[in-house]
Design a protein around this ligand. Structure first.
Ligand SMILES: Cc1cc2nc3c(=O)[nH]c(=O)nc-3n(C[C@H](O)[C@H](O)[C@H](O)COP(=O)(O)O)c2cc1C
Length: 185
C-alpha cells in the first residue's frame, strides 16, 4: 500500500485533512497558522491567527479578526494573504495563497451571536488595535459586534512540502482545478 505522500492526490487529501484537524482540535498545529499580508506601503507582515473553517469543496478557509486591526487596512490595499502551517508530526509544510474578502456588520451578526462571551473579548478594544498607549495595560476590552470581521480566504494555490526520507514538493492551483504539479523541492 502506498503512503499518502507518494501521490499528489494523497498529499492534497492530507492537506485538507490537516486543515480540518486544525479547525476541530485546539491543540493541533494547523489551528494557528501564520497569516501574512502586504502592508499598504509594501512591507510583508505576518501574525498568528486561529483557523476557523476549512471547506475543501469551495477551496475556502476563514479567519476571524478585529475590523480595526492593521491587517484590515492591508487587505483593503491588497486583498491577498498567505497562510503557513508546519505540522512537525507529519513532516508537512502547507503554504496557501488566497484572495481575501472581508465580511462584517449584518453579514456576520448571526455568527457573532454564537461566539462564547470569553471569545468575543478578542473583538473590540479601546483604543483600537495598534494604537500607541502609555503603559502596557492602558486599554479596555470592549466586545462589539461592529468590530467583528470574518476573512473569507479563497485559495488560489496550495504548496505542500513533505520532508520524509525523501523530500517531496507539490503545487496545486485553482486554475488547474487542484491537479497536482510536482516541483523540485
Ligand atoms: C495564539 C494566537 C492566536 C491569535 N489568533 C488571532 C486571530 O484568530 N485573529 C486575529 O485577528 N488575531 C489573532 N491573534 C493576534 C495576532 O497575531 C495579531 O497580534 C493581531 O491580530 C494584530 O495584528 P495586525 O496588527 O497585523 O492586524 C492571535 C495571536 C496569537 C498569539
Amino acid at each position: 500500500m502506498s503512503e499518502w505522500f507518494e501521490t499528489a492526490d494523497g498529499i492534497l487529501a492530507k492537506v485538507w485533512g490537516t486543515l480540518g484537524r486544525g479547525v476541530a482540535d485546539a491543540k493541533h498545529p494547523a489551528r494557528r497558522p501564520t497569516f501574512a499580508t502586504i502592508s499598504p506601503d509594501g512591507w510583508p507582515e505576518a501574525r498568528t491567527v486561529v483557523l476557523r473553517t476549512a471547506d475543501r469543496e469551495a477551496g475556502v478557509v476563514t479567519v476571524h479578526t478585529d475590523l480595526y486591526s492593521d491587517k484590515i487596512k492591508s487587505l483593503h490595499a491588497t486583498p491577498r494573504a498567505a497562510l503557513h502551517i508546519w505540522d512537525a508530526k507529519q513532516d508537512l509544510q502547507i503554504r496557501l495563497q488566497a484572495e481575501v474578502s472581508i465580511n462584517s456588520g449584518a453579514k456576520t451578526r448571526a455568527l457573532w451571536d454564537k461566539i462564547p462571551d470569553h471569545a468575543q473579548q478578542s473583538y473590540g478594544v479601546t483604543p483600537p488595535p495598534g494604537t500607541p498607549i502609555e503603559t502596557g495595560l492602558d486599554y479596555v476590552k470592549d466586545p462589539d459586534p461592529a468590530t467583528f470581521a470574518v476573512l473569507d480566504c479563497t485559495l488560489i494555490t496550495i504548496d505542500a512540502v513533505h520532508l520524509g526520507a525523501d523530500h517531496r514538493r507539490v503545487s496545486f492551483s485553482r486554475a488547474r482545478h487542484w491537479q497536482g504539479q510536482w516541483l523540485s523541492p
